[in-house]
Write a protein that binds this ligand. Structure first.
Ligand SMILES: Nc1ncnc2c1ncn2[C@@H]1O[C@H](COP(=O)(O)OP(=O)(O)OP(=O)(O)O)[C@@H](O)[C@H]1O
Ligand SMILES: [Mg+2]
Length: 273
C-alpha cells in the first residue's frame, strides 16, 4: 500500500522562479489497484509520481510504501517508473540487451535475466523474434513497448506509468494498454497511471485523483468523476466521447465504454418503438 500524506513541493525555492507544484496532497493506493492521476498540463502529475518513486526529495509531508519511508533505499526495488516518451532512453544494440539492462544491475543470474526478458516481452506483446533486432529498426509503438518491458523486467510491485500512450497512433494506443494492463494486473502489480485520456481512465482505472494547480480537486471512481461536470471543467478535462455522446442524446444514463453505450442506446430505441 502507498500512503501519501500532506505532500507539498516547491521548485527553486527562494529564487525568482519559485514554483509551487504540489499543495497538501494526501491519498492512498491499495494493493492491486489501478489509480489514475489526471489533470491539465502543469497540474503537478509528473512531480507527484517522481516524489512517490523517490526521485524527487520530499521537503514537506510523508510518503510510505509498505510502511517504508520513500527516503529509504529499500523502496527502489518496489517501484518501477516509466517516464513520458520512455523510448527516447533506449540505447542498447538489441531489444534483448535493452530490456536486460535493469535486471543486470540487480545482479541476477543470466538464466533469471533471460527468463525475465522473455516474460516482459510477452507482457507487452512483443514477439520473441524481435530479441536480436535493434530497437532503432522498430516502429514507435514497438519501441515504447521495449522501454516498458525494461521496467517490467525489474518486477516492480508498484508500476508507475506517465502518459504511456502519448503520441502513439490510435491502434497502437488501444493495444498497448489492453495488453499491459491485462498481463500486468494478472500478476498482482499495483499501477499508477498518469493520463489526460479520460477514455483510458474509464476503461482501466479503479479510482482517479484529479489535480489542478497542484491541488487535489477530486478523488473517486471514474464514473463518479464523469458525473461531475464542474470538476471536469475546473480541471480542464473532458469526459470520454462516448459519455459525451449519451449526454448530447439527452440520455440520462452514463456509459463509460462502447459496450455500455450500445446497451443503453438499444434499450432506449426499443422504448421509442
Ligand atoms: N524542474 C522544474 N523546475 C521548475 N519548475 C518545474 C520543474 N518541473 C516542473 N515544474 C513546474 O511545476 C509545475 C508542475 O509540473 P509537472 O511537470 O509536475 O506537471 P504535469 O502535470 O506533469 O504536466 P504535463 O501534463 O505537461 O506533463 C509546472 O508549473 C511546471 O512548470
Ligand atoms: Mg508530466
Amino acid at each position: 500500500m502507498i500512503v501519501v500524506k500532506d505532500v507539498s513541493y516547491t521548485y527553486m525555492t527562494g529564487t525568482p522562479f519559485e514554483k509551487t507544484a504540489l499543495k497538501n496532497i494526501s491519498f492512498d493506493v491499495a494493493d492491486g489497484e489501478v489509480l489514475a492521476i489526471a489533470g491539465h498540463t502543469g497540474s503537478g502529475k509528473s512531480t507527484l509520481i517522481q516524489i512517490i518513486a523517490g526521485l524527487i526529495k520530499l521537503t514537506s509531508g510523508t510518503v510510505e510504501l509498505d510502511g517504508l519511508s520513500v527516503a529509504d533505499k529499500k523502496i527502489r526495488r518496489l517501484v518501477g517508473i516509466v517516464f513520458q516518451y520512455p523510448e527516447h532512453q533506449l540505447f542498447e544494440e538489441t531489444v534483448e540487451s535493452d530490456i536486460a539492462f535493469g535486471p543486470k544491475n540487480f545482479g541476477l543470474s543470466d538464466e533469471e535475466i533471460s527468463a525475465r526478458v522473455e516474460e516482459a516481452m510477452r507482457q507487452v506483446g512483443l514477439s520473441a523474434e524481435l530479441k536480436k533486432v535493434s530497437p532503432f529498426e522498430l516502429s514507435g509503438g514497438q519501441r515504447r513497448r521495449v522501454a516498458i518491458a525494461g521496467i517490467l523486467a525489474l518486477k516492480p510491485k508498484y508500476l508507475i506509468l506517465d502518459e504511456p500512450t502519448a503520441g502513439l497512433d490510435p491502434l497502437a494506443k488501444e493495444n498497448l494498454l489492453k495488453e499491459i494492463f491485462g498481463a500486468v494486473k494478472k500478476s498482482g502489480v499495483t499501477i499508477i497511471l498518469v493520463s489526460h485520456n479520460m477514455e483510458d481512465i474509464a476503461r482501466f482505472a479503479n479510482r482517479v485523483v484529479v489535480l489542478a494547480q497542484g491541488e487535489i480537486l477530486f478523488i473517486g471512481t471514474p464514473r463518479e468523476l464523469f458525473a461531475r461536470e464542474e470538476i471536469l471543467s475546473r480541471a480542464g478535462l473532458e469526459p470520454p466521447p462516448i459519455t459525451q455522446l449519451l449526454h448530447e442524446l439527452k440520455i440520462d444514463e452514463q456509459a463509460l465504454t462502447l459496450d455500455e453505450a450500445e446497451k443503453i442506446i438499444l434499450s432506449k430505441e426499443r422504448e421509442l418503438l
